[in-house]
Ligand binder design. Structure first.
Ligand code: HEM
Ligand SMILES: *[C@@H]1O[C@H](CO)[C@@H](O)[C@H](O)[C@H]1NC(C)=O
Ligand SMILES: *[C@@H]1O[C@H](CO)[C@@H](O)[C@H](O)[C@H]1NC(C)=O
Length: 506
């Protein structure tokens, strides 16, 4: 008996020593890189940051204090230097995706383009997806988006317009949470594109099948577990599968997966329907049936919150900056009067309005919509910002640091000032533009597949809103609730919307 106790005690001590030695070794590996003290010893520092809803801010503060390359975990560094990031994410880079991406599996036992770690598999998948996303194989891409823009306007017009206060009716106090309605819009755009039928959020004016509620409660946790490879392994272990909840049975995300399955089933098999839409393009380029299902779901997840955040935050900056608001509305009105803006505005027309383009870019700069760590690991030792980085280190990015780089954007980079994009040299524009476009990832391997679609949405939505409506915040001191969980959870952007008296009709 006593012998067993002694043996157990010795084993426990050995295990503790072993784990301590492991910690010391991992501490020393990156000891030459400055950073918050605890982050060097435990990944809980980073997990806590991710759970705080303020990681955007935390990482920016870390870069400000310790420099553009800092240590944020046992095997993690963060880089805030746009040039280095472009190299790391670039076409000929020696880096690959870190294990973090594996944690982004929607189906715990299957990869999608977003979660696969294997470069060859990823390249092959992207090649099959690119023509559909790029719109080349798709009939009516713009018209589908136009239909949803019209649905968005209709929802606001039919239910949420406040009347002029002079009319003394109660309706003058009508307000609306624009954050939610914008999300309904982007969800309908993506579902219409991905499945051929919009989910119908705008029509229902409600969080159909609880998708928004469930993603908002689960994704922050998913993003935190992705930081720790052993938890990812545990959650995705085939041995534990019998004890895990079935994703397909879950409210919200499960419903979306089942809808994806239905849509995909119709496109394969003997009586397959052939359509020239995004899914049809995937099929035509040889995407396997199971992959098609997963990719349809990825589209919904990757494409709704991101574009919603871009739209909300840019609108917030517009309506809280009177000079921008007035100048943009004037550009739109003049365009309408001159017959240069159709109803709704086309993507091509929108590109010819310089102030609108400046506002779109400045909005993407002020509030990068996708703030996941997006870590890449080098296959060989590397030097980043003058620091030696051993092979295998996870290199994350700090979007807020990148987008507030004084050398690139100027000393007033904290301000929303679309004018910084106007009347400047081609090189200066290019330097700013390629930095802001890091919002969408980079290179040929890591660039957002939905960028083209997102830009079409942005090119239309501000014009269609501001040509018709005036928008003011109900409570400027509390413009919205915003939580940073790799994507943003935003709500309570309460505004009062009125029809513009002087609005020019097309
Ligand atoms: C303003 C809006 C958007 C932003 C800022 C954004 C940003 C990003 C970023 C940063 C990545 C990750 C790159 C990486 O590290 O691998 C990404 C990937 C992706 N995005 Fe977007 N995105 C937006 C809208 C969309 C939309 C509308 C769609 C769908 C139509 C979409 C579909 C995807 C897909 C499928 C991937 C995975 C690409 C891959 O596996 O290589 N995104 N996006
Ligand atoms: C007026 O509007 C407010 C806010 O929408 C509502 O709570 C209230 O019940 C309304 N009052 C009347 C008399 O309709
Ligand atoms: C980071 O995101 C949070 C939550 O959305 C927000 O409150 C905060 O202002 C952001 N940080 C900065 C520096 O803008």
């Amino acid at each position: 008996m006593a012998l067993i106790l002694v043996a157990a005690a010795v084993a426990a001590v050995l295990a503790a020593v072993y784990s301590l030695l492991g910690r010391i070794a991992s501490y020393r590996r990156l000891a030459h890189i400055p950073g918050p003290r605890w982050a060097a010893w435990t990944d809980l520092w980073l997990v806590r940051g991710q759970l705080s809803g303020q990681l955007n801010f935390t990482l920016q503060a870390v870069n400000e204090k310790y420099g553009n390359l800092a240590r944020i975990g046992r095997n993690w560094v963060v880089c805030g230097d746009p040039e280095e990031l472009r190299r790391i994410w670039g076409v000929r880079s020696n880096y690959k995706r870190a294990y973090w991406y594996r944690g982004l599996r929607v189906d715990p036992y299957r990869d999608s383009t977003f979660s696969t770690l294997d470069d060859a598999v990823h390249d092959e998948l992207r090649a099959k997806l690119l023509p559909g996303y790029g719109g080349k194989d798709v009939d009516g891409l713009h018209e589908i988006i136009d239909t949803q823009v019209a649905g968005f306007i209709k929802l606001l017009e039919s239910k949420y317009l406040a009347e002029e206060p002079s009319k003394k009716s109660n309706a003058s106090y009508r307000t609306v949470d624009l954050a939610r309605k914008v999300q309904f819009f982007t969800l309908d755009v993506i579902s219409a594109l991905a499945f051929g039928n919009a989910f119908g959020y705008l029509e229902a004016d409600a969080d159909k099948f609880g998708y928004i509620r469930t993603t908002e409660s689960t994704v922050p946790i998913l993003m935190s577990t992705a930081i720790m490879p052993w938890i990812v392994n545990l959650l995705q272990s085939p041995y534990l599968r019998p004890f895990m909840p079935n994703v397909r049975g879950m409210v919200g995300i499960g419903t979306v997966m089942n809808l994806a399955k239905e849509a995909v089933d119709a496109r394969y098999g003997d009586q397959a329907i052939v359509k020239r839409d995004i899914l049809g393009s995937f099929v035509a380029h040889g995407l396997a049936r199971d992959d098609a299902e997963g990719e349809a779901v990825v589209q919904i997840i990757a494409g709704s919150d991101t574009s919603a955040t871009a739209i909300r935050s840019t609108l917030l900056y517009i309506i809280t900056n009177p000079h921008v608001y007035v100048r943009l509305q004037r550009e739109i009105d003049e365009g309408v009067r001159a017959g240069r803006i159709s109803s709704p505005i086309t993507d091509t027309e929108a590109r010819n309005f310089p102030y609108l383009q400046a506002v779109i870019r400045e909005g993407l700069r002020m509030w990068p919509p996708a703030t996941g760590l997006l870590p890449k690991v080098s296959k060989t030792d590397d030097v980043i910002c003058g620091h030696r980085i051993p092979a295998g280190t996870s290199v994350a990015w700090a979007p807020w640091t990148v987008m507030r780089n004084k050398e690139i954007f100027g000393d007033d980079c904290a301000l929303f000032r679309p004018e910084r994009w106007m009347d400047i040299s081609a090189e200066h524009f290019r330097a700013m533009d390629q930095t802001v476009m890091l919002d969408f990832g980079g290179g040929s391997r890591y660039e957002c597949l939905g960028k083209n679609i997102a830009m079409i949405e942005l090119n239309k939505v501000y014009v269609e809103l501001l040509r018709r409506f005036d928008i003011v915040l109900v409570d400027p001191a509390h413009p919205w609730k915003s939580f940073n969980a790799a994507f943003f959870i935003q709500s309570d952007m309460n505004v009062r919307i009125t029809r513009r008296e002087e609005a020019v009709k097309a």
